[in-house]
Design a protein around this ligand. Structure first.
Ligand code: ADP
Length: 891
């Protein structure tokens, strides 16, 4: 340890670049530059007595900009102001030095530390023969530079000591501030030492230092042992005042202590966690060993091994296989109770279950057979079937052809789904239906990311997992019912699905690896075209199925529905017969739909009732030879048990054998459905042809034809007047367009009130003293669209003229303010609806004439279609005996 030293007036100077040697610190340096070698040689090596050199910090010019501590080149140096130093640069030598320094871009600090060599060794570098020195230096005491000059190649400085004299020291030691500060410092230093010793489990050697070394030296020694910034080192060097030095050192030591404490806390935490899971791991290992010893199977292991085998045989592409293996490795490292284990497992199960390569073998497509198949499954629909055959033909010629996606559009129950499944059957592929109705969340299509709790794959991936082949026919059902909301736009995800360029690498968020959808044959269905977003529609070829005429329904029922319904209920025609007349009645009185779904439902109700009826009959059959002859084991057993003549009933699951009931309970003559049975089973008729007549029995009601998701519909419009002040009230869940139509209609009627002879003269308002209320019945159903224009005008004219509208006439058409009748859409559906309602005359906009081509001839034969160009033409046809007020009017 450095004892007090006598400093010479001049010292050889070794510059320390961006570094400070503090008193008490020991440092090992290697001198290689000519100047430092010279310095060591002359000042230390060649001296007999132990020499001293001065270590002076220098700063790179690059650092200068940020320098806070004044440097020598600036000529000023100060600390607390107590011993300010003025550096003289007056000598010519110094001036030169200064210039040179500037060139070298270095700045000298005005204070340094005198150091002595504890050890010196000399070396000669080969092959250059250059001499180098390795010196171990010990910092002794601070000095300040008075003047800097060169001696040969190295610098020397005239210096003055900065450390206190003994008497000064004694004085300071009496200072109460100093005493407090040194106590504080010692306490912090002690704490640090204890922490370090505890950590390193070393003996109390450092503590001895605290007792023996004077506190101001201790401060330097402690600070020298920390890695602190150059600035801080400089400021410590500049702290000549003992109190300043002590408080600085205390601050630095304390900081160091805190950082050790924080680091320790973190380690403890980590260690705590580690040891918990390690403990669990050990226990589990032990448990496993015990189980093995007892011969118990380790289910989890087996499961994971089975999963791995399944994954291996899943045929994943190599990049996905790598990804799956990574996930499997993770799973193997986890404990089953660990969070994330289950989700990881479910995910891997999905990867293993997905049909990466598994495809149903595509049969050589036999178009003739396909056509027969379509024909045998579906009545009518000639054009649609033709289009499907064309589609299949293209696929046959070019299996990877990327034709448009077929989209069947039409009301419910017209056979869209069953056509799609026929396509699958014709192609020999599996069929999967993905219901998109009400899908508003993009995640329904694309899945949720696995980071979400309860995340799942999207419906497409789910569907593929279900069918387990990568080339099914996939029906995107009700594609028009997807909507946009805050959770994204499912339609844009569907766009990617249907785009042949993109669906090769369909990205399900849950799956997180691309899946190739390009082998899937997509078919879509929709009730309406309008809600389908145009870009999506662009990828599809729309095939419309408008609905059936009653005659077609009858044929469908006789040929397809009745056999199917009987079969589904385990019946046959030997057992139940539904005559054509009765089917007609069901169509007329119990259903009023575009498709045949309700018809099928009603027929099913008849079949169910018949099954019960027959079962009851059988129950009442006494033991007879006939029954014995059946030879049904079921019945035989029962009969053997029954000793009184009556047979116990047996509930037979229908799906076991569809023909079981009929076989078991065969009766002499089949049950034939009659009107009485219809009423008993289906209830009183729900619809009749008299409805229209009854509803238009009073003035102010007209019959319109509208278009809904269920196909065409008949829509009544009711208008009434009451005392008021000319206001128009509208009810029936109307949209904006239909409300505006009502305004236009009223305006048109008011403007022509005199011409129509609704008002005596032109200056009398027909609304004088009254309000008008227009209602669209079926108030629960939302309505909109412009095609009710003519119906509204007719209802108003009927109201004001108090003349009834013809009950056999329905109408559709948009009107302009000037009374022109504009064409509307869905004409075919509307005419079919009118036909269903038993309407005989339909008024259509003249420009819709072209649409009549699509209407089945059988329907047109039963209907009179009247074309209107202007509103007056409509009125002419809508009222009995024409429009008498027209004569002589200006209209
Ligand atoms: P959608 O998908 O259009 O709502 P479905 O395909 O489910 O209707 O058809 C409803 C029922 O009607 C099915 O049992 C179907 O077989 C039958 N069906 C519809 N159209 C026909 C038809 N033209 N020929 C035979 N059966 C039909």
């Amino acid at each position: 340890m450095a004892e007090s030293v006598e400093l010479p007036g001049r010292l050889g100077i070794l510059p320390f670049r961006n570094k400070v040697l503090l008193p008490g610190a020991i440092i090992r340096i290697r001198c290689t530059s000519p100047s430092s070698v010279k310095l060591v040689e002359q000042e230390l090596w060649q001296r007999e007595e132990k020499g001293l050199i001065g270590i002076l910090p220098v700063r790179d010019a690059a650092e200068t900009a940020a320098a806070v501590v004044p440097m020598l080149s600036q000529g000023v140096g100060s600390d607390s102001g107590e011993r300010s130093t003025r550096v003289q640069v007056g000598t010519s030598d110094s001036q030169r030095l200064d210039v040179k320094n500037q060139q070298e871009n270095i700045q000298w600090h005005p204070r340094g530390v005198a150091a002595r060599a504890l050890h010196l060794s000399r070396g000669v570098e080969k092959p250059s023969g250059r001499v180098t020195y390795t010196v171990i230096l010990e910092g002794l005491c601070r000095f300040s530079v008075q003047e800097l000059s060169t001696r040969g190649t190295y610098y020397t400085a005239r210096i003055s000591p900065l450390e206190m004299t003994k008497t000064e020291m004694e004085q300071v030691e009496q200072d109460p501030d100093f005493i407090t500060l040194s106590r504080q410092f010692k306490a912090t230093a002690m704490e640090l030492i204890s922490v370090l010793e505890q950590k390193q489990k070393t003996g109390g050697r450092t503590k001895v230092l605290l007792e023996t070394v004077p506190v101001h030296k201790l401060a330097d020694i402690f600070v020298a042992s920390f890695e602190i910034s150059f600035e801080e080192q400089l400021s410590m060097l500049d702290s000549v005042d003992l109190k300043v030095r002590l408080s600085k050192a205390t601050e630095i030591v304390d900081r160091h202590l805190q950082s050790i404490r924080v680091a320790e806390k973190i380690t403890q935490k980590v260690e705590g966690q580690l040891s918990k899971s390690q403990k669990e791991f050990l226990l589990r290992q032990q448990m496993r060993a015990i189980k093995e010893e007892l011969g118990d199977n380790d289910d989890d292991e087996d499961d994971v091994a089975a999963l791995e085998r399944k994954m291996q045989s899943a045929g994943m592409p190599s990049n996905i296989w790598k990804h799956a293996q990574r996930e499997l490795r993770r799973l193997k490292k986890m404990q089953p109770q660990q969070p994330g284990y289950n989700s990881s497992r479910v995910y891997l199960e999905l990867l293993a279950d997905l049909p990466w390569q598994n495809a149903s073998e595509e049969l050589e497509l036999d178009l003739k057979a396909a056509k027969e198949h379509l024909d045998s499954d579906h009545y009518g629909l000639v054009k649609v079937k033709q289009r499907i055959i064309e589609y299949l033909a293209v696929r046959k010629l070019k299996p990877d052809a990327r034709g448009p996606v077929l989209c069947f559009v039409g009301p419910p129950g017209v056979g869209k789904t069953s056509l799609a499944s026929s396509i699958a059957a014709a192609l020999g592929r599996k069929f999967v239906r993905i219901s998109l109705g009400g899908v508003k969340d993009e995640a329904d299509i694309r899945g949720h990311r696995r980071t979400y709790i309860g995340s799942m794959p999207g419906r497409l991936i789910e569907g593929l997992k279900r069918v387990a082949v990568c080339n099914p026919v996939m029906l995107l059902d009700e594609i028009d019912k997807t909507g946009v909301d805050v959770r994204g736009d499912p339609a844009s995800a569907l766009l990617e699905v249907l785009d042949p360029e993109q669906n090769r690498t369909f990205n399900d968020h849950y799956l997180n690896v691309p899946f190739d959808l390009s082998k899937v044959v997509f078919v879509a269905t929709a009730n309406r075209v309008q809600p389908i977003p145009p870009p999506l529609l662009d990828r599809m070829e729309v095939i419309e199925l408008p609905g059936y005429t009653p005659e077609e329904k009858l044929k469908i029922a006789m040929r397809h529905l009745i056999p199917r319904v009987l079969d589904q209920h385990g019946l046959s025609s030997e057992f139940l017969q539904i005559p054509e007349d009765m089917v007609k009645l069901v169509i007329q009185r119990y259903t009023r739909e575009a498709g045949v779904r309700n018809l099928e439902r009603n027929l099913a109700a008849l079949a169910r009732a018949a099954a019960v009826r027959v079962a009851e009959q059988e129950q009442a059959v006494p033991l007879s030879k006939d029954v014995h002859q059946l030879g049904s084991p079921l019945l035989e057993n029962r009969l053997a048990d029954a000793d009184g003549g009556e047979v116990e009933m047996e509930v037979i699951p229908m799906s076991v054998n569809n023909h079981e009931i009929s076989n078991t309970f065969r009766i002499a003559s089949p049950l034939v459905v009659d009107e009485a049975m219809l009423e008993k089973v289906l209830g009183p008729p729900r619809f009749d042809d008299k409805e229209t007549a009854e509803r238009v029995a009073s003035p102010g009601v007209s019959v319109g034809l509208v278009w809904t998701t269920f196909g065409g519909e008949v829509q009544f419009v009711e208008a009434t007047a009451m005392v008021g002040n000319g206001e128009l009230h509208l009810t029936g869940q109307l949209g904006d367009v239909i409300k505006e139509s009502a305004q236009i209609a009223l305006t048109w009627v008011r403007a022509r009130a005199a011409d129509l002879k609704l008002a005596a003269s032109e200056d009398i308002s027909i609304l004088e003293g009254r309000d008008i209320h227009i209602h669209f019945p079926a108030g629960a159903v939302p309505k909109d669209g412009p095609s009710a224009g003519v119906t509204l005008v007719t209802a108003l004219v009927s109201l004001f003229s108090q003349r009834r509208v013809r009950a056999d006439t329905a109408m559709t058409g948009e009107i302009t303010l000037r009374g022109l009748v504009l064409p509307v859409g869905g004409v075919k559906d509307k005419i079919l609806a009118a036909h269903r309602y038993g309407i005989k005359r339909v008024i259509l906009p003249e420009r819709n004439l072209k649409d009549l081509v699509e209407v089945p001839a059988a329907v047109l034969a039963n209907l009179e279609v009247l074309l209107a160009k202007r509103m007056e033409d409509v009125l002419e046809q809508a009222f009995e005996g024409g429009c008498p007020w027209r004569q002589g009017s200006k209209l």
